[in-house]
Design a protein around this ligand. Sequence first.
Ligand SMILES: [Zn+2]
Length: 380
Amino acid sequence: MCQANGLPAMRFPPAFLDEIRDRVPISSLIGTRVSWDRRKTNASRGDWWACCPFHGEKSPSFHCEDKKGRYHCFGCQVSGDHFKFLTELDGVSFPEAVERVAEMAGVPMPARDVQEEKREQQRASLTDVMEMATAYFQARLQAAEGAKARAYLRDRGLTPATQQAFRLGFALDSKNGLKAHLAEKGVSKEQMEACGLVRHGDDIPVSYDWFRDRIMFPIPDSRGRIIAFGGRAMAPDALAKYMNSPDTELFHKGNVLFNFARARKALQKGGAVILVEGYMDVIALAQAGFDTAVAPLGTDDRKPAGTALAHVAGTGALLRRRPGGPEGGMAGCRPRAAVYPGRAVRALCAVARGPGPGRSGPDRRTGGVSRGAVGGAAAG
Ligand SMILES: [Zn+2]
């Protein structure tokens, strides 16, 4: 497990969290916020039912069990423990939730070790911070505020499994959504800046989120660690439709190919590198069963990064989207030869079952790519 998810737990010893959870029956915490249903509840067994505080309802489908210290709603599927209940319902931070439960338990909060906290902050390296940001964006995409972004991805034909495999996320239309989240996790201003996650500078009095109102594409390095993000604007009038992280200590965009790690792994089983133009193209191809697609992050298709991978694979081809063609849909894309001069380049053309008469979008199952078309071309 990465350290990132463990940060709150590191600030509070797990034994302490267990102790306060054990001391406070979850029903006594939740009971301050709901009225128990007398008929369904069996108090002597610690089995409690109420109308769900997370969604409006008239008959109780919200359940909590003292023995397990957990709640679950059979209506809206929320579930969790003491801390989750407070963070989700009241919107308090995790440390605040811990403080409240500790108070109910009559257990003093552990003394803060300022030195130790500082060291922990430093240990959270930049890749840990990027991992935290990735998880944050992923969670926003799945939350209510990500509905529009989810609809967009669905319309592009990307299944939830694909979205998860590529760890797609959503950046809120907010200047400090991510910033506040990371600050709460103990990430310093300097680390956020070093990761390229905030805009800052002499002319910016208060730094703010680099990505706002965008679908987020985490960009892994050759070992699969997230080193940057690409963001696609949700607003049609956004100045830049696609935007990448700035170059940082971790990320030099000229050297990075999107999907490199995954493609390299897939290439061990054979096949050709497929160099495409954008993240959506790579993801659509992966969903259609082609794991060897990569995309450069610069504007120039012929960047050395592309040839590096071609050397690994010995063969490659560039699929170019038809101008104005749908993102992630390969319909009508043209093969481009001589991407890697001096190499035997196999022309590869995905002739897709893209939007046609009576169709409103790319094929849902394949993201607009026909397996037979690409496979056949690759073999020729
Ligand atoms: Zn509910």
